[in-house]
Write a protein that binds this ligand. Sequence first.
Ligand code: BGC
Length: 266
Amino acid sequence: MNISLARQTALVTGASSGIGQAVAIALANAGANIVVNYHSDEEGAAATLNAVTQAGKKGIIYKADIGQEEEVLAMFAAATREFGTLDILVNNAGIQRDGKFSELSLEDWMAVINTNLTGQFLCAREAAKEFSSRGKTEYSKALGKILFISSVHNIIPWAGHVNYAASKGGETMLMESIAQELAPQGIRVNSIAPGAIKTDINKSVWSDPVQRKKLMELIPYGRIGEPEDIGKAAVWLASDEADYITGATIYVDGGMTLYPSFASGG
Ligand code: BGC
């Protein structure tokens, strides 16, 4: 298999830590230049940029709240000014604001929907516009690629996290509908749905021995995922090796979506 993203530019949202950071670095190692978007972790963004440079690729850091339309427009303008165009969007930025359903505030509901769903919409729309206005390139079979970083909670209901699960369920229909609409233009749109990946978002779970043991019971493959597990899948899905794949969700979850509690019951 010959995977190369040479001459391509990828914009990765939420690239200052965790999955976004690993995806950005993996794409750079495969030959892409990177726009490192971040919201609050400036140091993390600098570390990502440093790894991109180490890989011999160019990168820029761009601070933007993807839930704010003007900031998204300005980010895409800056990215295309710097690199001429974009070839890959990784819609990764996402947040959790957990709470018991009957006590969940409108603020926590809106914050999660705004970043995880509206932000993904805004970035995907701007990427699609850029791909269409730029036209076909000779270095990629697709006109452009959009990759959503979803979650197993796009199909696994999650008590105490209803805003997050609703955003991920919505994101799946957003991804599939965009994929359907843009396939005739040659734009591929897909999702990676990670399971439990060791990042800051779930640190309180994997760093606590009791909670970690309970989590492990949900992972048939017997290990917590690493951000690099997602990076590898992202590189492949963004490359021409996956050229016939659009509208798909690939679960990278160690079997979490296999209903492990049914292994000895039902
Ligand atoms: C969540 C993590 C969680 C994992 C598995 C992810 O989407 O962000 O907090 O550990 O799903 O439940």
